[in-house]
Structure formats: structure tokens, C-alpha cells
Write a protein of this length. Structure first.
Lengths: 319, 570
């Protein structure tokens, strides 16, 4: 408004200033989008690439809008301040229909584009299989046939033999098709792994930040899930859905290794004797009992699962 | 004559008023009584809420003390769970809802020229349920086993495990308190909506109504539609916990997911119940302190109802990783993202109001500017959380905690502070100290960025929310967040000092200290018990006529002079 010349057309310096501001905003937003990959853990699954790119896109668009809006706010703070004792009013502008239509339509287009891109990413990943409710409580769960198992088996024979993932208060148990039990999850690199998620007591969350994937385990339901690890290494698996007293300790590791190493590990594991897994929650609870059971009420931890291979609490994880 | 008789140390109008008015001598006891005056109830709500802000803040500082180191070493993990549960519950049900109902009570009748609320006794009953369920909730600290440690979501089956097996337990009292809070809020909502629909001043059509009243109706409509659902869900939870039913238990054929639908159908819109009135406060304050009409008043007004409508069809975005099928995820992603459009309209309208204005950086204006600045950031992270594949990574991590607190504290509570600094003179008759106010703002602004920004970073790296201990790689972000939280605790000191000392001995406030346009500013400070009584002004133009040179009401000079006379006690 202040930049309009008497003839009504904006002055050259105002146009140039606006142009410079928009270009500066664009450059900063591209820089932020590029930086955003560094805010995330190492990418270790097929999901990580598309998810990180989608996040970078949102960081870029978001930065542009944030810097644009706060830039205008800063401008008014610097140049539209009322001098002391100036009791005048500003320009009595009540609105501008064209501008209002623009700032309704542009955000609409932007969010719909993001949504379309997000649907595309979800379709590509298709990590979530079916979910089936099992009646009669936990006993039936182990024998339960996952809903899509037969369907997917036609395409990928591995789908018929998923790894059982069982969440408990507060431990993880993994049962492989060859009968190995472990409390850390081993997965072969570069192939789609099929998991069958169930919980025996309360809701838990299967969350591997390096995979960018998360899926809840619902008591009374069996959920088919699949993912493709793409990078060998040791990553954290965390319980992401609050599960009571020792929720924070309910974490273990995922070990991704080349398929040959994975097969060798499975074979070697089967030769180990079954023994109770090392379990942080059990240790913490025993310490609490030793201190006289002080603190607020909690259910005692479920007995640690009997496993061939227990998680190594001293091993260091990459993410 | 008056030179020999010392002026009475109180406003002489109180001797004639049917109810005592704020500032009258020795009448603080009426704040402890079943008073039906909306202005007394408003202050009752606000003082109760500010007390619980301190309680909730204290709980959060113990939590941040625990989280300053990776190991769970300050308190037992079970105690941490109880603390975070109570922090969330106190802040939502005993601080934010009551303080916003305080604003509703104080502002709605004067803003629309009504003498009081439509149902004064219902109004008082709704307020008095707040201390009742406040005491019930606080009592849960004292029962064996401690308070609920299931989070403010209280998802079954975890929430109904009841380890000690007592009938009266923390979770039982928690559900009771939440259900009573729901009933109190429904009673309040009936009152606010009726008052605004039925009791507006002559000439005040819908499109001459201040935006605060628009947002109040939009927010309270959500309470009326959504709260019965949550309350029903909570009652079923109580039955599962205490009477052996299995609505949510798979062993008996129930489904824990049912509760999540009940809970989020209300509890996501609940955030809009809190943020809409704050949008109203921003829309009231920017025109005053930028000396310009609100940009696009009609669209801003209607956008409130667009938000209300959309807020009721987004709840499944809290359940993207709960086994929700893909088509449903996509549907709710789209509805959630659509909310960016009406909220964007509001943000752009505020910025349009600032543009070319004559800005006065009072404390109220600083909190409004800070609140909008933070809200733009929170809006962008909100879109990220709505995006299914991104949410599947950051959902249930500290990214959500950071986003949520940027909304609930750095936007909503900023707006609450802005509203307090702006309307304090009107309802207490005293000016607040600007110096202490600005100190409060600066400390709060630094403290909130330091607390909540690092949380986003920790969440992106995969730190789950609600943990009492965490892996060492998250330590740096948590140290920053803890320092910020302690700074926010310090920021409360100038605020409390300001409230108490300005109420006791602050400079007397004129009827319209900010030179604002609005019916409430045509009343004396503080307004008499029945506001305009029988002399209600006729509204002849829309609100926010700054610089337009048009009067708001018929015969405006007379009302201005009347208020000035009443304020000087002549």
C-alpha cells in the first residue's frame, strides 16, 4: 500500500524487494529441505527413502510458508510500529476478496498435492497386511492364520511363514519359521520379511526408527505386516505405545544381516538351549522389590520369554 | 465537601448493586460462594484454573527433572507415569478448559450487551463441579497405588489392569473426575450457546458480532456434539474397570480399538475447543493494537465453523498405526489436511490486519504475536503429522509432544496470557504493570522455544513419548528441554507478582484503556453486575471499525460519558 505510486502501479523498488524476498525464501527452503535428511536416523529399510523424501518436501514447503509469514510479521514489527504518543489508526482496509480467494485456494492445492503424494508413497510401501480378530483370548493366537497369508503366499512363498512378533509387559519375543525363539529380531537384508504381530496383555507398538515404520500390536487381534530391510546393521526396536510401568525399558534390537549370515544365524541359534531372555524390566522390578516395593502400583513383568538367543544389552546400536 | 470527607476506598456502586462487584471491600468471600453473577463466576474459573496451572507446571518440572538424564533415577518409572498422566489431565481439564470458560463468562455477556448468562444457576453449578472434580483428581495421589498412570488417553487394556485390585483406585478416581468434567463442560456449553443466540443487543446481527463470540459458539458446539461420546466411552471404561464388563477386553469379546474411537472422536476436536477461543482472542487483539479493522472479518467468522465441522471428521489420524486399513488412513489424512485451509485463512487474515497498521507492542500484543508465530510452526508440523507415511515414523514420539505443546502452550496459553493482559483492567478496574508483563513475555518466549523445539528433534530421531528413561543419544535434546521447562517455571514469577500486586495496588483503569472498539469497552471498569442493565446500546455497525470513523452504537458519546462518570465514582 505504501509502495503504490500515485498512478496506482507499484514502484520498481517494491517489486524488486518482493522478488528478492521470495527468492531468498525459496533458497532457504531448499536448504532446509536438504538439511532435513540429517534430522532422521540412518535409513535402513525400503520405506526410509520415500518417507524421508516426503518429509523433506514438507520441510521445504513448510519452511517457505513459515519464513514467508514470519518475514511479513517481522516487516510490520520493524516498519509499522506506531511512534510513541501517535494515537492514529492504520489504513482502514477491511479485506480484499481477491487476496482472500488466493490464500484459500493455494493452501488447498498444496495440501491436496501432499496428500496425493502421501497416498502414492503408502501404496508403494504397502507394509500393512490384514488384521483379524481372534476369539478365545491368547491361546488361539499362535495357531491363528493371518488373514492375508494365503492371499500373499501366491505371490511370495515367504508370506506363508511369517516371523511371529509377540509383545508383552515388558519384553519382546520373536519366533522364526524354523522354530528359533529370540528376544532380538534378526532379518535378512534386501528381502521382504513377513511378520505376524500379536500382544498378550496390553497394546504395544512395534517401532524401528531406522526403518521409519511403526505398527501397534493389539491384544485380541493378529496383524500381518511386512517390510524390506535394506541396510545391514543393528538398530533399536522400541515399544511406541504406552504399555504401563516399565514401558520405557521395553526395547530391543533389530539385527539386519546379509541373507547367508541370516540363514547361518538361524541354524546356529537352533543349536542353542532355550533359556530365559535377559530382560531390563525384570531387573528393574527386582530392584524395586529389593528396595521395599516403593513407588506407585504396577503389574509385575511377565516372565521373560524362553529363547535360544537373548538380546545383548551391551551391544551398541546405530539408530 | 469531599475535601473534608475522605473518599471511600472502594467503588460506591457496590452498595447499590444487587451482587457485590469486583473490587468492593471485604467481599472476597463471595468468590467462595454459589454466586450467579457471570463476572464472579468468570473470576472463580480463572483463579481456580491459574492455581491448577501451577500444580500442572510443578508436575511437569519434576518430569523434566527426571528426563534431564537418560536413566530413570529421580523417581521410580511408575511414579513418572503417574506424574505425566496427572500433568496432562490437570493442564487440560483443570487449567485450559476452566480458564477458557472463565473468558467466556467474563466476555460474552458484556460483548453482546447481555446482563448475564442465560442460565445463571446452571452457570454456577457448572463452575462448582470444577473444584469438586479437582479435589477428586488430587485425592488420587493419596489412594493406595497412587494416581492413574495410564496417560490422559487411558487406553484399555492397560488403563484397567488395576494391579492392587482395590475398588477405589487412582484410575477409578481419574475416570470419575473426567466424567464430571465432561458434564460440567456440557452444562457450560448449553449456557454459552443459548446466551449468544438469544441475548444479543439490539442491532447486533450475527455479522456484527465480535469474532470471540463466533469462536465461542463454534467451540461450544463441539462440546455439545463430542463430549457425550467421550463421557459414554469413559463410563464404559469405568464398567470394565470396576464391574467386570468387557466392552474393551478381547477376552470377553470386546475390542480395545472401540475405546480409541470413542476417545478421539471427542479428544481431537477438544483441541479445537481450546484453540478456537484463542483464535477469537487474537482476532480481537490485533485490530486494537494494529489500529486497523480485522482483515476479512466475514471469512474469519465463517472459517470458525468450517473448523468445527472438519474437527469432527478427523479423529482416526490418531490411529494410523493401530491396524487401520489403508483407505481409511487416506480418507482421514485428507480431512485432516483440509483443516489447514480455514486455519490458514485466519492466520493470513491476522497478518493482513498487521500489514500497514500502527502497531503498539503492549504485553497483550506481544503474546498475540508470539502465539501466532508459534502457531504457524505448529500448523506446519501438524500437516506433517497428518501425512500417513510421515506419521507412521513420528507418531507416538516426542515430535508429537513438541507439536502438541507448541499448540497447547505456545499458542493457546500465549493467547490466554494475551487475553489476561488485555482484559484484566476491564474486569478488575486496575492496570497491570507493563514492565513485569514484558519480562514475563520474554522469559516465556525463550523458555517455550528451548523446551519444545528440541522435542521435535528427539522425536524425529525416534524417541518415544511417555518414557521415563531413554537411550543416551537423546540426552542433549532433553537437557535443553529441561532447562527450558525450568525457565518457564521462572517466567511464572513475574506473572504472579504482576497479577497480585496490580490487583491490590495497580493504577486505576479507565473504561477503555486501550482505545478499543467493542461493547465491553463502553462499560465502566469493572462493569456493574448487570452490565448495561436496562440501557442496552443499539449496535449500528460491525466490530473493528478502526479508522473508519463510524460509531459502533447509537448515541455512542452518551455511553462513553456514562462509563467515564461511573468509573470516577461521580
Amino acid at each position: 500500500m505504501t509502495a503504490a505510486s500515485p498512478s496506482g502501479s507499484p514502484r520498481l523498488w517494491a517489486v524488486l524487494l518482493l522478488l528478492a524476498a521470495v527468492l531468498g525464501d525459496l533458497a532457504a527452503s531448499f536448504w532446509m529441505a536438504a538439511q532435513s535428511h540429517r534430522w532422521l536416523p540412518v535409513p535402513a529399510s525400503a520405506a526410509a527413502g520415500p518417507v524421508d523424501d516426503l518429509f523433506a518436501l514438507e520441510v521445504g514447503i513448510g519452511s517457505f510458508i513459515f519464513l514467508g509469514c514470519s518475514g511479513v510479521m517481522l516487516w510490520t514489527l520493524l516498519f509499522n510500529r506506531a511512534p510513541k504518543y501517535d494515537l492514529d489508526n492504520g489504513d482502514p482496509i477491511e479485506g480484499n476478496l481477491k487476496l482472500e480467494i488466493v490464500w484459500t485456494v493455494i493452501p488447498l492445492v498444496i495440501v491436496m498435492l501432499i496428500a496425493w503424494k502421501a497416498i502414492d508413497v503408502s501404496t508403494t510401501l504397502s507394509t500393512l497386511g490384514g488384521k483379524v480378530r481372534v476369539s478365545g483370548g491368547h491361546a488361539a493366537m499362535h495357531g491363528a492364520e493371518g488373514p492375508t497369508a494365503a492371499l500373499v503366499a501366491a505371490e511370495d512363498p515367504a508370506a506363508a511363514h511369517p516371523i511371529e512378533v509377540i509383545g508383552r509387559q515388558w519384553s519382546w519375543e520373536f519366533i522364526y519359521p524354523n522354530g528359533v525363539h529370540s528376544s532380538e529380531l534378526h532379518l535378512p537384508e534386501g528381502q521382504r520379511s513377513f511378520l505376524r504381530l500379536s500382544a498378550t496383555d496390553v497394546i504395544h507398538g512395534f517401532y524401528v526408527p531406522a526403518f521409519r515404520l511403526k505398527q501397534d500390536l493389539i491384544p485380541g487381534s493378529v496383524i500381518d505386516y511386512s517390510l524390506i530391510p535394506t541396510r545391514a546393521g543393528r538398530y533399536r526396536l522400541r515399544d511406541s505405545m504406552f504399555s504401563g510401568g516399565y514401558f520405557a525399558s521395553n526395547q530391543t534390537d533389530v539385527v539386519v544381516e546379509p541373507p547367508e549370515a541370516y540363514e547361518a544365524w538361524l541354524a546356529e541359534a537352533l543349536r542353542q538351549p532355550l533359556r530365559p531372555a535377559a530382560n531390563a524390566a525384570t531387573d528393574l522390578y527386582n530392584q524395586r522389590l529389593a528396595r521395599g516395593d516403593r513407588g506407585w502400583a504396577t503389574v509385575p513383568p511377565a516372565p521373560p520369554p524362553l529363547v535360544h538367543v537373548s538380546a545383548d544389552p551391551t551391544a551398541s546400536h546405530e539408530a | 465537601m469531599t475535601s473534608t470527607t475522605p473518599a471511600p476506598p472502594f467503588d460506591p456502586r457496590v452498595l447499590k448493586a444487587p451482587h457485590p462487584v469486583p473490587g468492593a471491600p471485604n467481599n472476597w468471600r463471595r468468590f467462595l460462594s454459589f454466586n450467579t453473577d457471570a463476572k464472579v463466576i468468570g473470576l472463580q474459573y480463572m483463579i481456580t484454573a491459574l492455581f491448577f496451572l501451577l500444580v500442572g507446571g510443578l508436575l511437569s518440572m519434576i518430569m523434566r527433572g527426571e528426563l534431564i538424564t537418560p536413566a530413570a533415577d529421580l523417581v521410580d518409572p511408575t511414579v513418572y507415569n503417574g506424574l505425566y498422566t496427572m500433568h496432562g489431565t490437570v493442564m487440560l481439564f483443570l487449567f485450559l478448559f476452566p480458564i477458557l470458560n472463565g473468558f467466556n463468562n467474563l466476555l460474552i455477556p458484556p460483548m453482546i450487551g447481555a446482563p448475564d448468562m442465560a442460565f445463571p444457576r446452571l452457570n454456577a453449578a457448572a463452575f462448582w463441579m470444577v473444584p469438586v472434580f479437582g479435589v477428586i483428581l488430587m485425592a488420587s495421589f493419596l489412594v493406595p497405588g497412587g494416581p492413574s498412570g495410564a496417560g490422559w488417553w487411558a487406553y484399555p487394556p492397560q488403563s484397567i489392569q488395576n494391579p492392587l485390585g482395590h475398588f477405589i483406585n487412582g484410575q477409578f478416581l481419574w475416570i470419575l473426575a473426567v466424567a464430571l468434567s465432561g458434564i460440567s463442560s456440557i452444562m457450560g456449553a448449553v449456557n454459552f450457546v443459548t446466551t449468544i443466540i438469544r441475548m444479543r443487543a439490539p442491532g447486533m446481527g450475527w455479522f456484527r458480532m465480535p469474532i470471540f463470540c463466533w469462536t465461542a459458539v463454534a467451540a461450544q458446539a463441539i462440546q455439545l456434539i463430542g463430549l457425550p461420546v467421550l463421557t459414554a466411552g469413559a463410563v464404559l471404561l469405568l464398567f470394565d474397570l470396576s464391574f467386570g464388563t468387557s466392552f474393551y477386553l478381547p477376552e470377553g469379546g470386546g475390542d480395545p480399538m472401540l475405546y480409541q474411537h470413542f476417545f478421539w472422536f471427542y479428544s481431537h476436536p477438544a483441541v479445537y475447543v481450546m484453540v478456537l477461543p484463542v483464535f477469537g482472542i487474537f482476532s480481537e487483539l490485533f485490530p486494537v493494537y494494529a489500529r486497523k479493522p480485522l482483515f476479512g472479518y466475514h471469512v474469519v467468522a465463517i472459517a470458525s465453523f468450517a473448523i468445527t465441522f472438519l474437527s469432527l471428521i478427523v479423529w482416526v489420524h490418531h490411529m494410523f498405526y493401530s491396524g487401520t486399513p489403508q483407505w481409511m488412513r487416506n480418507l482421514f489424512m485428507v480431512t485432516t489436511m483440509l483443516i489447514a485451509v480455514p486455519t490458514g485463512i485466519k492466520v493470513f487474515a491476522w497478518i493482513g490486519t498487521l500489514w500497514g497498521g500502527k502497531l503498539r507492542l503492549t504485553t497483550a500484543m506481544l503474546f498475540s504475536l508470539g502465539g501466532v508465530f508459534n502457531f504457524i510452526f505448529a500448523g506446519i508440523t501438524g500437516i506433517m503429522l497428518a501425512t500417513v507415511p510421515v506419521d507412521i515414523h513420528v507418531g507416538n514420539t516426542y515430535f508429537v509432544v513438541g507439536h502438541f505443546h507448541t499448540v497447547i502452550f505456545s499458542t493457546i496459553t500465549y493467547g490466554v496470557f494475551a487475553g489476561i493482559y488485555h482484559w484484566f483492567p476491564k474486569f478488575t478496574g486496575r492496570m497491570m504493570y507493563e514492565g513485569l508483563g514484558k519480562l514475563h513475555f520474554v522469559l516465556t518466549f525463550i523458555g517455550s522455544q528451548l523446551t519444545f523445539l528440541p522435542m521435535h528433534a528427539a522425536g524425529l530421531m525416534g524417541m518415544p513419548r511417555r518414557v521415563a528413561s531413554y537411550d543416551p543419544e537423546f540426552a542433549f535434546a532433553n537437557v535443553l528441554a529441561s532447562l527450558g521447562a525450568f525457565l518457564l517455571g521462572v517466567a511464572t514469577i513475574p506473572f504472579l507478582l504482576n497479577l497480585v500486586s496490580s490487583w491490590v495496588r495497580g493504577e486505576k483503569a479507565p473504561p477503555n484503556p486501550w482505545n478499543a472498539i467493542g461493547l465491553e469497552w463502553l462499560l465502566p471498569s469493572p462493569p456493574p453486575a448487570e452490565n448495561f442493565e436496562h440501557d442496552v446500546p443499539t449496535v449500528i455497525s460491525g466490530p473493528y471499525g478502526y479508522g473508519l470513523g463510524r460509531p459502533l452504537v447509537d448515541d455512542e458519546e452518551r455511553f462513553v460519558a456514562k462509563a467515564a462518570n461511573a468509573s470516577t465514582g461521580a
